[in-house]
Design a binder for this molecule. Structure first.
Ligand code: NAD
Ligand code: TYD
Length: 352
């Protein structure tokens, strides 16, 4: 690998991944970050990186749905590896309006695959790695796990669009022999997480003593993974995983939402010098999300046994790192909330 195209590198996981590869691996080649800069894309996530690695890190503002833009960038940098993070990623937004999800997640992935198929027709040593989610597997009851072999059963427009893109990626492997790999990961958390998602939303609302909206009975379960551990898993799969395979990645760390929100209240009280239960009065049970998946839980034995991956931090450590990051980076959040994100929140959430 000499020239890796990261799509969606200005988002939460993409920016953490770029930082991880440049700072913590022995990769010596270039990284090209192709991002459309939607409401969720923030080039400031990588300001330090773009200065420190100005000869190896390049940013291109472009849309994965635009064939010519992608093709020009692939040729310009002689790309040999694509890692596709670019997506519309928020389930609630997919319920309010699925169109962008269909366009970017399905058509955009198709478009990237088409450019790769054309440019890499006779080329060895190339790879298309697709970043996906455990949400494609649907919803679990009280027991059981998602395995790589679990049949897809997506329930939200978001997960349906991701499932669709996964199927397209696999179809290009079987039909055109495009070298592909996939990873399906559980819920991530950590620095640069967009503050519409559960953990950063709760941290910021606690800080500002605003209501903490818990959907339904709060007993939905998610399996949380620190974002840098997702990055290390992707790097292992890209460099050592088998072509044509998919790998589950997870935290082995299941929490009910209400249990997690209570814990965040306690940790924030610790950092902000309040009594342990001070912030719990802010918890506000609200109308449930339509089609709200009850439980996600990943079995990640395959990546552990085959590639030797493991999580590097436990949830308590990862959450403390995350809380400290948000307390130290309040300007980052304020800037986001004053722009397009805030307009969207005002428009859509008033309706509920
Ligand atoms: P994010 O919303 O924070 O970032 C998405 C990025 O993609 C943004 O920078 C955005 O500008 C860019 N983008 C969107 N549409 C684009 C387009 N048409 N062309 C180019 N760029 C575009 O998302 P995230 O949480 O970082 O998720 C990244 C990937 O990981 C997604 O594919 C998501 O499905 C997957 N994933 C996320 C989680 C999670 O917990 N967040 C878990 C598993 C898998
Ligand atoms: P989210 O961060 O949106 O991730 P996903 O839906 O992809 O799992 O939500 C995580 C869980 O938290 C999910 O069960 C929905 C719930 N949730 C709330 O209860 N309140 C909120 O304000 C949000 C954003 C999520």
């Amino acid at each position: 690998m000499k020239s890796i195209l990261i799509t969606g590198g200005c988002g939460f996981i993409g920016s953490n991944f770029i930082r991880y590869v440049l700072e913590k691996t022995n990769y010596k080649g270039n990284i090209i970050n192709l991002d459309k800069l939607t409401y969720a894309g923030n080039p400031k996530n990588l300001t330090d990186i773009s200065k420190k690695y100005e000869n190896r890190y390049f940013f291109e503002k472009a849309d994965i749905c635009n064939f010519q833009q992608v093709k020009d960038i692939m040729i310009k940098y002689d790309i040999d590896t694509i890692i596709n993070f670019a997506a519309e990623s928020h389930v609630d937004r997919s319920i309010f309006g699925p169109k962008d999800f269909i366009e970017t997640n399905i058509f955009g992935t198709f478009n990237l695959l088409e450019v790769a198929r054309e440019l890499w027709k006779d080329r060895d040593g190339v790879l298309f790695h697709h970043i996906s989610t455990d949400e494609v597997f649907g919803s679990l009851g009280d027991t059981g796990y998602f395995y790589e072999t679990t049949p897809y059963d997506p329930r939200s427009p978001y997960s349906a669009s991701k499932a669709s893109s996964d199927h397209l990626v696999n179809s290009y492997y079987h039909t055109y022999h495009l070298p592909v790999k996939l990873s399906n990961c559980s819920n991530n958390y950590g620095p640069y997480h967009f503050p519409e998602k559960l953990i950063p939303l709760m941290i910021m609302n606690i800080l500002n003593e605003k209501p903490l909206p818990v959907y339904g009975d709060g007993k939905n379960v998610r399996d949380w993974l620190f974002v840098e551990d997702h990055a290390s898993a992707i790097w292992l799969i890209v460099t050592k995983g088998r072509v044509g395979e998919s790998y589950n990645v997870g935290g082995e760390n299941e929490w009910e939402n209400i249990q997690l929100v209570n814990y965040l209240c306690e940790r924030m009280a610790f950092y902000l010098g309040k009594e342990k239960d001070y912030y719990k009065k802010l918890i506000n049970f609200v109308k449930d999300r339509p089609g709200h998946d009850r439980r996600y839980a990943i079995n990640c034995d395959k990546i552990k046994n085959e590639l030797g991956w493991k999580q590097s931090v436990n949830f308590e450590q990862g959450l403390d790192l995350t809380i400290k990051w948000y307390l130290d980076n309040q300007e980052w959040v304020k800037e986001i909330q004053s722009g397009e994100y805030k307009n969207w929140i005002d428009k859509n959430y008033q309706k509920r």
